[in-house]
Design a protein. Structure first.
Length: 77
């Protein structure tokens, strides 16, 4: 994903100059903030942990597909 985002940044008009004084904060994205906060949750049994990991993985996959779709619309090549 990091290589994808880096390549997309190079293609975007303005590139590094446009973002030179900005820092991305994943906690500004509500679902990522929720994942971060859940790291402090109490321990859980194996089944609950597997369910949570599966749900988190599915969420991150959807997020990645969304960014890929947006990038493809902006830069079809």
């Amino acid at each position: 994903m990091q290589r994808f985002l880096s390549a997309w940044d190079r293609l975007d008009s303005g590139g590094a100059e446009r973002h030179a004084n900005r820092t991305a904060n994943v906690l500004d994205v509500e679902c990522l903030d929720r994942l971060q906060r859940s790291l402090g949750d109490p321990p859980m049994d194996d089944d609950e942990l597997r369910r949570r990991l599966d749900a988190n993985y599915a969420l991150l996959e959807r997020l990645a597909r969304t960014w890929q779709q947006i990038a493809a619309e902006r830069h079809p090549s």
